[in-house]
Design a protein around this ligand. Structure first.
Ligand code: BTN
Length: 238
């Protein structure tokens, strides 16, 4: 039986899950919230965590080498995409490494952190939000906006948790090639897309050119050079 700790409001499910992981909680433990006051996003950003969304972190203890972390990140996006297709009937796109999109708008964000021997997978899913703050309005969407119907986050959560575990299991048992193949067919961003990538040293623009065996994104710049993107924010060039 999975332990799910539900909160009406919490600062961040990542913080609470890290605490439980340090205390040695079993793999599969979930911390979930209906609202967060200090939601953490990728690259040090804040995650808008107003009521209506589903915010959770699952504590995993996969048998993976540190070098497989980027592949685990891809597996998390695939897991969310699969569940949304099956349980909410929406077809999503994945933007490397694991943004979940409908068109160019973000439906869900995923934050993966390795801490104290555990993988903490944090998912923020826009479920029933009608509105977003003005700066997110052109960038975000929700299941309600896409389907016109309310979804029960408590129904989606166990399905998401199961799918995350089974996609990590694919990586553990079938290896990198299986996850890379699945990601390539689920994501329109893997090859042939004009993108701008924010890197610590500045941004680059080019055309995506596939994934490396480690799960990194290849981008061919207009001067012909090939850049391996190991971390960074990818967006359509424009
Ligand atoms: C992103 O920037 O795309 C990743 C966002 C991840 C947000 C989720 S919400 C649940 C969990 N708790 C947090 O504080 N962040 C993650």
């Amino acid at each position: 039986m999975r332990r799910i700790e539900w909160h009406d409001t919490i600062d961040s499910t990542m913080r609470r899950a890290a605490e439980l992981a340090r205390e040695g909680c079993p793999a599969g433990t979930v911390v979930a919230a209906r609202m967060q006051t200090a939601g953490q996003g990728r690259l040090g950003r804040m995650w808008d965590s107003r009521p209506g969304g589903l915010y959770f972190t699952i504590v995993l203890r996969p048998r993976l080498e540190p070098a497989q972390v980027p592949l685990a990140t891809l597996a998390l996006g695939l897991a969310v995409a699969d569940t949304l297709q099956t349980f909410a009937g929406v077809a999503v796109d994945l933007r490397w490494p694991n943004d979940v999109l409908i068109g160019d708008r973000k439906l869900a964000g995923i934050l993966a952190q390795f801490q104290d021997g555990a993988l903490l997978a944090g998912i923020g899913l826009n479920v029933n939000q009608r509105e977003f703050p003005p700066e997110l309005e052109p960038l975000a969407t929700s299941l309600w906006r896409e389907t016109g119907s309310e979804q029960n986050p408590e129904f989606l959560l166990p399905a998401l948790a199961r799918s995350i575990e089974s996609h990590l299991n694919i990586l553990e048992t079938s290896g990198a090639a299986a996850i890379l193949r699945l990601f390539e067919s689920a994501s329109s961003y893997v090859s042939g897309r004009r993108v701008t990538v924010e890197l610590p040293a500045g941004s680059i623009t080019g055309t995506t050119a596939g994934l490396t065996a480690e799960g990194f994104l290849l981008v061919r710049r207009d001067d012909g050079s090939l850049v391996t993107v190991t971390a960074g924010g990818v967006r359509p060039a424009g």
